[in-house]
Design a protein around this ligand. Sequence first.
Ligand SMILES: *[C@@H]1O[C@H](CO)[C@@H](O)[C@H](O)[C@H]1NC(C)=O
Ligand SMILES: *[C@@H]1O[C@H](CO)[C@@H](O)[C@H](O)[C@H]1NC(C)=O
Ligand SMILES: *[C@@H]1O[C@H](CO)[C@@H](O)[C@H](O)[C@H]1NC(C)=O
Ligand SMILES: *[C@@H]1O[C@H](CO)[C@@H](O)[C@H](O)[C@H]1NC(C)=O
Ligand SMILES: *[C@@H]1O[C@H](CO)[C@@H](O)[C@H](O)[C@H]1NC(C)=O
Length: 445
Amino acid sequence: TVFPILLCVLLVVMQGIINREIGKPEYRCGCACVDAVRAADGSCRRTECGVQYSTQDQVATCPIPSPPRWPAVLQLPPAESRAVGTASQPLDGLPGPACWDTRSCPAAFLVTGGNRSLAQSLSGQLFPALTSPLNFSDYLHTLSKIVPGSEAPASFRQFLEPSFTPGNTLYIVQPRCRSNFSQTVSVNAGPKPLKLNVDCIQGLSLWRESASVINDELFKGYRQQRESGGGKANEFAAGYDFLSTNTDSLDISIWFNSTYNNNTGVFEMALLRVPRLVNMVSDAYIKFLRGSGAEMLLEYVKDMPKVGSELKLDLSSLLGALFFTWIIELLFPVILTYLVYEKQQKLKIMMKMHGLKAGPYWMITYTYFFALSALYMILFVTFGSLIGLGFFTTNDYSIQIVFYFIYINLQIALAFFAASFLYSVKIATGPSLRFVISKVSKLCL
Ligand SMILES: *[C@@H]1O[C@H](CO)[C@@H](O)[C@H](O)[C@H]1NC(C)=O
Ligand SMILES: *[C@@H]1O[C@H](CO)[C@@H](O)[C@H](O)[C@H]1NC(C)=O
Ligand SMILES: *[C@@H]1O[C@H](CO)[C@@H](O)[C@H](O)[C@H]1NC(C)=O
Ligand SMILES: *[C@@H]1O[C@H](CO)[C@@H](O)[C@H](O)[C@H]1NC(C)=O
Ligand SMILES: *[C@@H]1O[C@H](CO)[C@@H](O)[C@H](O)[C@H]1NC(C)=O
């Protein structure tokens, strides 16, 4: 009986430590003193909290009534794993692996379709060339006319575009790169002005005979696939299939890499950078139909407004399944040992000889164990609720009662069943404890 109480206390203590840790200012919305004149004692007269005072870690908890607008950025494979052609795997139209060292490999797009000449003239328009030097004073408009891209993994909200954070580079996808393109500009994007590294990356659209050829090449380039063979990854930026596109209708399917959503089942999924992929081809199509004067611009993407929030981690719900099953199952060896002991010492036979029938015997035994288990559970739930474990307080008690009722009955029935096979207490405690432990270790894994 001490064990469950100990465990509950341990959970509460651990939860307290975690709460203190994630309640620290570095995980809460950032604040700053906005009143230049500080009060005499050095404290601040007016502080203001918000996105503009927050770091990447803090931003998630800030209230954001009007989310910033960000250009729709393309997801590019990292420089060291972009697709290249090698001797063992010559890929049509791609440069050799030498560009990995200079980090100048092009971003390759695979293209196929029903009408080759049409598909090629459309894919030639995917990356509009810059006509004038980049002017970042109206960066949304500027970037909507060309194709910006980033290697940085996207985040799961769109409040802060990762390619606009320090240390990342914004790439401009161009048909051909000038050697002196690389530059650092200051942009008034988002909550605070920032210095942005801008660089050029060559966009390469490569014609392939059919969709299955593209599937094959994409699959061979997969990082995991290449690693098992010892080679390097050969990643493409995207693929387009212009199906039955003609001058009357645009009909496309797009390949993109959805592994970038980080869907591990543990954390929130990241957003995928696909809107630009769709816009690139719509823009190319309208230019193809109406001439280069026509354009279809995707100016910005923007998240939904949100309220302020707090980081939360409820340990008892996270580990609940493990600990609570373990605790309830602790009664199983007790019941089993008791039953087998009676059998071993011939107590049951003796009682029979004194005139006790089998029916009343099982009835009494069952009632006794049921009362014992019920008391145990009541104590457990009461104690857990008193110290405020979320597992007990947030679930409705009526549901909990039904659940525990079914569970202890099941456990008693299982013990009755197992007892009929066992003749000695030593055998009974061994396997039944091992049963509990193996269940526990299975849950742990
Ligand atoms: C392919 O598209 C071009 C341009 O629209 C058109 O002139 C040509 O007839 C098409 N070819 C076929 C086989 O449909
Ligand atoms: C950039 O554009 C703004 C207005 O959109 C204009 O005032 C400014 O002169 C331009 N800068 C350059 C370097 O062209
Ligand atoms: C996605 O996963 C990669 C690699 O595991 C990691 O570097 C990146 O930070 C993750 N992105 C997000 C938004 O969690
Ligand atoms: C790059 O070089 C070309 C000529 O070689 C020049 O016209 C252009 O202004 C230069 N661009 C930058 C950003 O320095
Ligand atoms: C897709 O992205 C993931 C994560 O960056 C990478 O491991 C994988 O190789 C990519 N797959 C392809 C086909 O490029």
